[in-house]
Design a protein around this ligand. Structure first.
Ligand code: GMT
Length: 374
């Protein structure tokens, strides 16, 4: 099929997922066109059937805010017309589903049909979309999509609770290309580059927004390293990073934490990891946790949103209430108490990712495109 993919091209989970999906579809022979304001960060190849179209914004002094939706819907119309796209798959409802609806209407005026598939990712529903400034337009554009998917049962339920939804919302879990994470046993995974042989390695990867509660990551680590020699890798960047650095200094653990910033090589960093910390206040799915599990890492997370659908309590890691730093630290120590226990958690975490593998999830999206188009 000929598919347009619209997403945020940044380090957020929705952009990562959309990019991985587009590349996988292209690998399977579909013609894929990314329509975004920058080349997606994880887009690591362009080929005859994988294209990128940049949405250009005209800066004009009159505008306090640039009208991005206008530029995006105009670009969608252009690309659909030029390449005869059959489906526009938009990731993150705001403003992508709204812009896609407008593009579809404009195309209809010219006798061109395109179907819109909207995938809800989380904050587009739970934080941003339900805000009174956006709710009416978000609800409208979700209802006007031809097909709607959510990345977990939890997000589906949140959407039905927060909005008046007339469409069926299908759950299609996020996926992972497990092969990309099979580098733990390879030579390039040199734990000695980041830790001493007796130290365990804890990792956190996120966009360091308040919802990720990165200060809890530092607090949990502070308690853990009092009992077990350990290092913490903090991967990513965002508004809470400097607060986390200040707290680490106050708690006297700054020299045991590596703040690594954003990385395109998350799989390589995760291969060092023993335990992944994700103490989020809200999380529709927790793609970062799934990536960690694929890299043989046990997960300590909260029980917020869709996290229990990914991280199985007592099997792949542990779940705690939001903010319960004590419980998260104790659970981390349980996992790290001896090598055999740690190995068991790591192996079960890795095994659990099979149900989120690319070959299971990709056909579900292909079916949805077919249904939308038929
Ligand atoms: O977590 C973020 O702030 C980024 C956000 C996004 O849309 O880019 O992530 C959301 O989508 C991811 C991919 O589906 C999910 O794995 C994350 O759980 C979800 N984040 C939240 O719900 C907070």
């Amino acid at each position: 099929m000929k598919i347009g993919i619209v997403c945020y091209p940044t380090f957020g989970g929705s952009g990562v997922m959309a990019t991985e999906l587009g590349m996988a579809l292209a690998n399977k022979g579909h013609e894929v066109h990314f329509i975004t304001y920058n080349q997606p960060v994880r887009l690591d190849f362009i080929s005859h059937n994988l294209h990128f179209h940049e949405v250009m914004l005209e800066e004009y002094p009159l505008f306090q805010y640039q009208p991005y939706e206008l530029a995006l819907s105009t670009k969608m119309v252009e690309v659909v017309k030029q390449y005869n796209l059959e489906v526009l798959h938009v990731h993150y409802a705001i403003p992508h589903a709204y812009a896609a609806y407008m593009a579809k209407k404009m195309l209809k005026e010219k006798g061109i049909k395109v179907k819109v598939v909207t995938t809800l990712h989380g904050t587009d529903i739970t934080l941003v979309g339900s805000h009174p400034s956006y709710k009416t337009a978000a609800e409208f554009s979700i209802n006007k999509s031809d097909e709607v998917t959510a990345v977990s049962n939890s997000l589906r339920e949140d959407t039905l609770r927060l909005f008046s939804i007339e469409k069926d919302i299908k759950v299609v879990y996020n996926f992972i290309d497990t092969v990309k994470y099979d580098i733990a046993d390879q030579e390039e995974c040199m734990r000695s580059a980041v830790a001493n042989p007796d130290e365990k390695i804890l990792t956190h990867v996120s966009n360091f927004r308040p919802v990720k509660r990165v200060l809890d990551v530092v607090k949990v680590f502070h308690q853990v390293q009092q009992n077990i020699p350990a290092k913490l890798l903090m991967v990513g960047d965002g508004p809470e990073r400097s607060k986390a650095e200040v707290l680490a200094k106050e708690l006297g653990v700054y020299d045991k934490i590596l703040f690594l910033g954003n990385s395109n090589e998350v799989a390589k960093l995760l291969c060092y990891s023993d335990v992944f910390l994700l103490p989020s206040a809200a999380e529709s799915f927790g793609l970062a946790a799934l990536e960690a599990m694929a890299a043989n890492t046990a997960v300590i997370s909260t029980n917020a949103g869709g996290l229990p659908e990914v991280n199985v309590h007592g099997e792949t890691g542990f779940l705690s209430d939001v903010g319960d730093v004590e419980d998260m630290a104790n659970n981390t120590l349980k996992i790290l108490e001896n090598d055999a226990t740690l190995l068991g958690f790591k192996q079960r975490a890795k095994a659990h990712t099979k149900q989120f593998s690319l070959d299971k999830i990709l056909p579900q999206y292909e079916n949805i495109y077919q249904t939308a188009f038929s």
